[in-house]
Design a protein around this ligand. Structure first.
Ligand code: F0G
Length: 354
């Protein structure tokens, strides 16, 4: 039986044999080759998505959280805390519930997707909505943890990156080698740093002889890496990456530099269109922030920045079900109301056979 990333990749993680493992069997997510979208590109590429929405709480955060919470428990911590745009809080709440410890989450009031809020509440965390954004929450978490016995489980906790690096291991284990390009969304920048860490460690271990170019994509109104400086009032419909002051700033630049990668940014409308297109044409439902990875990849393939004949992996960081509002807002056309009669239902079917 598969029992999660710590058991599976124990050799590459900072764990002792007697460490209590808090796991929900995270990881082992599907790497799916896209068929329909690349066909219309007019370019020959091998394009894959790593669907992290298939994790137990619906995002990649579970990989890091199993490490951070297991270590917190090992050290005798009774409570964890994080600031979050939603997914970290969902994962923290779930793993704290599993461990039987307290969880405090600071989230931006009114700016997190409904599904994520539901998760944090359902798992019994103490939800503190602050009248500010993620960056304000992050600052407060650091301050409060200095004076209170709580363990921070944001990605400034290095154990989070240790867990999250296993995504790169899985990709190499599945493909037999590293991809040529890896595209992913960037918010607080822990994940891009973790991806690079994973690729580097597998190369050192002799399990791949190459590492991918790392392309990091942001939303237009929350693009500190593209602008080269902090953004004071980040704004985007992709609330997961509505961040102006990324904590892993230096590590992310290092990943980008060492891999000969780049950063770019895209507008909210394009992000939502991409999310919709992926759902409609490939049957994969990711959240808006996740769609920016594929949007960026397709953009750069079309421009030739990613050349033909290459193997490209995009991380789809979270599940579309997290954010039902964003999905329903752009899908109104498909909802029809009819009388409960055979004729009216048949008429709709015949009209819509395509
Ligand atoms: N995609 C999703 C769905 C996310 O939730 C996040 C981050 C990212 C991408 C960006 O990852 O921060 O490591 O660069 N969400 C955090 C949270 C900030 O609080 O859930 P990153």
């Amino acid at each position: 039986m598969y029992t999660g990333i710590i058991d599976h990749y124990r050799k590459y993680l900072p764990v002792n044999d007697d460490m209590p493992i808090v796991s929900l069997n995270e990881g082992n997510t599907p790497l799916i080759r896209l068929n329909n979208i690349p066909r219309t590109l007019g370019k020959e590429v091998e394009l894959y998505v790593k669907f992290e929405g298939a994790n137990p709480t619906g995002s990649f955060k579970d990989r890091g959280m199993t490490m951070a919470v297991s270590k917190a428990v090992e050290k005798g911590s009774r409570a964890i805390i994080c600031a979050s745009t939603g997914n970290t809080s969902a994962a923290a709440a779930a793993y704290a519930a599993r461990a039987g410890i307290r969880c405090f989450v600071l989230i931006p009031d009114g700016k997190i997707a409904l599904g994520k809020l539901a998760q944090a509440m359902m798992h019994g965390s103490v939800v503190i909505q602050i009248q500010g954004n993620f960056d304000d929450g992050m600052r407060l978490v650091k301050e409060v943890a200095r004076q209170t016995p709580v363990t921070i489980v944001n990605s400034i906790n290095p154990l989070r990156l240790q867990g999250q690096k296993t995504i790169s291991f899985e990709i190499i284990d599945t493909l037999g080698t590293a991809p040529d390009y890896h595209c992913l969304p960037v918010g607080n920048a822990g994940n891009i740093s973790a991806h690079w860490l994973g690729y580097c460690e597998y190369m050192e271990a002799g399990l791949t002889d190459s590492r991918p170019v790392i392309a990091g994509y942001q939303a237009f109104g929350a693009a500190p890496f593209v602008l080269g400086q902090k953004v004071d009032r980040p704004e985007t419909v992709a609330t997961a990456i509505r961040i102006g002051d990324p904590q892993s700033w230096d590590k992310a630049w290092q990943a980008s530099r060492e891999s000969n990668g780049w950063f770019d940014r895209f507008r909210d409308e394009e992000i939502l269109e991409m999310q919709h297109e992926l759902a409609q044409r490939e049957g994969i439902f990711c959240e808006p922030a996740s769609a920016v990875s594929l949007l960026g990849a397709l953009h750069d393939i079309k421009k030739g920045k990613i050349p033909e004949g290459k193997r490209v992996v995009c991380t789809l960081t979270g599940h579309g079900l997290k954010d039902p509002d964003a999905a329903i807002k752009q899908s109104s056309a498909a909802r029809l109301k009819v009388k409960p009669t055979l004729d009216s239902v048949r008429a709709v079917i015949l009209d819509n056979m395509g």
